[in-house]
Design a protein around this ligand. Structure first.
Ligand SMILES: *Cc1c(COP(=O)(O)O)cnc(C)c1O
Length: 362
């Protein structure tokens, strides 16, 4: 794919000044973006890197009315030796296309998706903070055709924006308190829970607000049919250590197939740990916590990599896992994955891709 680089050099002074700030998450954006367009005559075309700017959109653009939108979440890491790396960008590309298929949006050749991401990230090297901060990368596809009527759009926009972000846990690796949600659901089998689409997030906000007002950090989602089986936590997959085995829900349609989850399952199996992808009920979980059989629980996702779960709230009661301490297996997977991502440990899987940074013309 030919990518036209239309923006003159990135504003290095602005990038440096931004990285000095308290970055938080998704507050600042790098000064260039990637975009490309789709229509039925030309397919995907006009791939370009342009200055970061507001989108020009018709108020009838179909994404605004019928929610045809999908996205990805990735990160670029700055290594101590100055190199830039990304983690399994091919997996994000594959998932983008699976999401596209679910929402009747046009696929993009996976190599083009990876190339677009790596090229933009290379151009934005100055915006990538050093460890433990990162550059968060957000590829997005929206239905841009101006038309009302419920059908798949005929025109789309694909863009990538990037945001330098601070560490997900500024106060360190602290266990979170989550509320198992008895009534609201995030996703249902046959729905879009296994696609990364904005609509899933809109659906999750109300329960999240209620949980926050009750002093919880996130929602532990249960299945939509029986309100029984544990599915995800916030916008992360969730894994448990039960009797020394790693247990997580199978990908049966309402679970987002996380790349972090997948990587951890692979690592665990290769390290000889027993891995069970099986349903785990909230009853088994709370009783297992009480009996000391469930010794660890953690969320898995790109944003925080691994998030230890310390307390599960259910039926008005708090269940503390291993005295609300971070467990050794949780810590281990965090260390191994971040070790690969920041180039501190050699990655035997070929998951890490270093990014070519173009030489600057001074
Ligand atoms: C993105 C996402 C995840 C995590 O996926 P990763 O590929 O590991 O970042 C988990 N659950 C939901 C609902 C998500 O949207």
């Amino acid at each position: 794919m030919e990518i036209a680089v239309r923006a003159a050099g990135t504003d290095v002074a602005k990038a440096r000044a931004t990285l000095e700030k308290d970055l938080g998450f998704g507050r600042y954006f790098a000064d260039r973006m990637f975009q490309m367009k789709f229509n039925e005559e030309r397919g995907w075309h006009d791939a370009e890197i342009i200055p970061y700017q507001a989108l020009q959109m018709d108020p009838a653009a179909m994404v605004l009315h019928y929610g045809q939108e999908i996205f990805e979440g990735q990160k670029a890491y700055r290594w101590d030796d100055g190199r830039i790396a990304m983690f399994r960008p091919d997996a994000n590309a594959a998932r983008m296309n699976r999401s596209a298929q679910r929402l009747c949006m046009p696929p993009i050749p996976p190599d083009d998706l990876v190339q677009a991401t790596l090229t933009l990230v290379g151009q934005l090297a100055e915006w990538i903070p050093s460890s433990p901060s990162t550059l968060y990368v957000r590829p997005t596809m929206i239905a841009s055709e101006a038309a009302l009527g419920v059908r798949p759009a005929k025109e789309y926009l694909y863009f990538i924006i990037c945001s330098p972000v601070g560490p997900y846990f500024p106060k360190g690796f602290a266990p979170v308190r989550v509320k198992a949600e008895p009534a609201y659901v995030r996703a249902v089998e046959g729905g879009t829970g296994d696609a990364k689409c904005g609509g899933n997030y809109a659906t999750s906000l109300l329960a999240q607000n209620i949980a926050k007002s009750e002093g919880f950090d996130a929602v532990l989602w249960l299945d939509a049919k029986e309100h029984r089986f544990v599915e995800e936590i916030g916008a992360m997959n969730i894994l448990f250590v039960v009797d020394g085995k790693l247990v997580t829900s199978p990908l049966h349609g309402s679970i987002l197939p996380g790349i972090t989850r997948d990587s951890i399952l692979r690592l665990a199996a290769d390290e000889g740990m027993k891995v069970h992808e099986r349903p785990l009920s909230i009853q088994e979980l709370t009783q297992g916590i009480e009996r000391g059989v469930v010794t660890e629980a953690f969320g898995a996702g790109t944003a925080a990599v691994v998030t230890p779960v310390g307390i599960v709230g259910w039926g008005g009661k708090d269940y503390a896992i291993s005295d609300n301490q971070v467990g050794p297996i949780t810590k281990h997977f965090y260390n191994v994955l971040t070790g690969f991502q920041y180039g501190k440990t050699k990655d035997p899987y070929g998951w890490v891709r270093t990014v070519e940074v173009p030489a600057r013309v001074a």
